[in-house]
Design a protein around this ligand. Structure first.
Ligand code: GDP
Length: 502
């Protein structure tokens, strides 16, 4: 997506920081200048950017300079981490309205009404959302209450047919309120769980459009009204969402076309500033180009650090299609104790069956970043296949492990010679990022112990036709994912996510 460019620029600024010898106020200011310039180019409001700059400065100053003796013991690496984390956290704050979002409940009719201007992507998004819920086991139907635009009925009908979704609409009825009411009533009678109502996005007069929205709202009493907003309007999103809010009190927003516009960051931050939750984002014209919006994973993905919760969401789709397999996997994780490399391999195969791979790759920590300019499906597919080949060359013991047997601490006294790749080239065989049981915390009390890849990794690289570097990268990704799975609440949290709707 276009926000990749923003992520790339922020990452470039982070890399710049890693090259300065001393992380002092001047270095922090330099980094903030680059990050803020990138945000402004994404059309983020000047005041919000200024706020971020001041808040990060405040947080960082406090942590770097006001800790007395303890602060003086911080290494440059730790100081760098403090600065980067502060920026990450404040980017999340920038797009987090801090409001609970709507989740439909099974066993009752959840009516969702869509509003928004014509051309914003409303009809497309209605179908995307209907398909999203259908794939998660909700009996879902679509109602077309847009009688103003010729062709709206056919468009939604065609979309619904393509996605195999039940549909209600009329070529002859001209009263949108009557159609909406009748459509919702008929789906309710047929015990549908989710009923999505598409409304008109244009009228001769704006006042009429808003009046119609209110009347449809009264007829169908929606559990959730979603306003659709085109990301290309950037920070003008704030004014547009306020105008709609006054007319039809919606509860959440669907931001579309985030794949295609550099102003996406502006739109998202502008909406967050109005304290209205963004529920979903549209990332393309296909029916599956929809993602749940969660501020922290969104920033994480933008910076190439992956989006494990988004990944789990996608995996869930595959498992809904095969509930027996889902139960089997849940049981395995429940009994297994650890999220093993084998578990990750299985998820990876699931992910690969979903497509489009370039979009899914961005959710895997580290993988999106490794692909040039966001990458294409072919490149993403190649990278994922390599990951599968790597696991194919592992022994049963290795697959069932947490990967730590691939790493060994490097002796401090006598530093070992770096292992060679098949081609004889030197590889980055030591990594302070690699986890190890001996690794100490980053607070400065203890020191990190570097680790090197063991002979096992060289054997796996040789067997899979990859390099030691690639095996190391695979293991890093796996470790990040298993850590995130744990932080999602361990086995119970994982299972809840697998069984939950959103
Ligand atoms: P409506 O008039 O608001 O109902 O808008 P449509 O659903 O007809 O969409 C208008 C155009 O935007 C169509 O060409 C859609 O394919 C396109 N569109 C909708 N959502 C997205 C999105 O998330 N990304 C991209 N690139 N195009 C989108």
């Amino acid at each position: 997506m276009v926000l990749n460019e923003l992520g790339r620029r922020i990452n470039a600024a982070f890399s710049e920081l890693s090259r300065v010898p001393v992380v002092d106020d001047a270095a922090v200011d330099g980094l903030l200048k680059s990050v803020c310039a990138a945000l402004l180019e994404s059309d983020v409001n000047v005041k919000l950017v200024q706020g971020l700059r001041n808040n990060v400065r405040g947080t960082v100053k406090e942590q770097l300079n006001e800790g007395g003796d303890k602060a003086t013991r911080l290494t440059e690496g730790q100081r760098r981490n403090i600065v980067q984390k502060a920026i990450f956290d404040h980017l999340v704050q920038l797009i987090d309205p801090g409001v609970e979002t709507f989740k439909p409940k099974k066993g009752k009719a959840n009516v969702i009404m869509f509003v928004g201007l014509q051309g914003s992507g409303k009809t497309t998004s209605c179908t995307k959302l209907a398909l999203y819920y259908q794939k998660r086991g909700f009996k879902t139907g679509l109602v077309c209450a847009d009688t103003f635009r010729a062709g709206a009925f056919d468009q939604l009908k065609q979309n619904a047919a393509k996605a195999n979704l039940p549909f209600y609409g009329s070529h002859t009825e001209t009263d949108p309120v009557a159609i909406a009411g009748a459509g919702v009533a008929s789906f309710k009678q047929a015990k549908f769980d989710v009923i999505i109502v598409d409304t008109s996005g244009r009228h001769k007069q704006e006042g009429e459009l808003f009046r119609e929205m209110v009347e449809i709202g009264e007829a169908v009493t929606p559990d959730q009204t979603i306003m659709v907003l085109d990301a290309s309007i950037g920070q003008a999103a704030e004014g547009q969402s306020r105008a709609f809010k006054e007319a039809a009190d919606y509860g959440g927003i669907f931001v579309t076309k985030l794949d295609g516009h550099a102003k996406g960051g502006g739109a998202i931050s502008a909406v967050a500033a109005t304290k209205t939750p963004i529920l979903f984002i549209g990332l393309g014209e296909h029916m599956t180009d929809i993602e749940v919006f969660r501020p922290q994973p969104f920033i994480s993905k933008m910076l190439g650090m992956g989006d494990i919760s988004g990944l789990m969401d996608k995996v869930q789709e595959v498992q809904m299609a095969n509930p027996e397999r889902q139960q089997e996997m849940l049981k395995k994780i429940e009994q297994g104790g650890i999220f093993s490399i084998r578990d990750w391999r299985e998820q990876l195969s699931n992910i690969m069956s979903m497509g489009p791979l370039s979009k899914l790759a961005g959710m895997i920590p580290g993988l999106g970043q490794m692909m040039s300019g966001g990458g294409n499906d072919e490149e993403a597919g190649r990278k994922m296949k390599k990951m599968i080949f790597i696991t194919d060359s592992m022994t049963r013991e290795e697959l069932d492990s947490d990967g730590s047997l691939f790493f060994a601490p490097v002796s401090r006294k006598k530093k070992e010679k770096k292992p060679d790749e098949a081609g004889g080239k030197q590889v980055a065989s030591t990594s302070t990022a690699a986890p190890s049981s001996k690794e100490k915390d980053a607070k400065g009390k203890k020191e990190k112990v570097p680790v090197r890849m063991t002979a096992r990794a060289r054997r796996v690289a040789k067997g899979s036709g990859t390099s030691v570097r690639e095996v190391e990268e695979f293991l890093m990704q796996y470790r990040m994912i298993s850590k995130m799975v744990k932080s999602m609440g361990g086995k119970a949290g994982w299972m809840k996510r697998m069984q939950g709707a959103k």
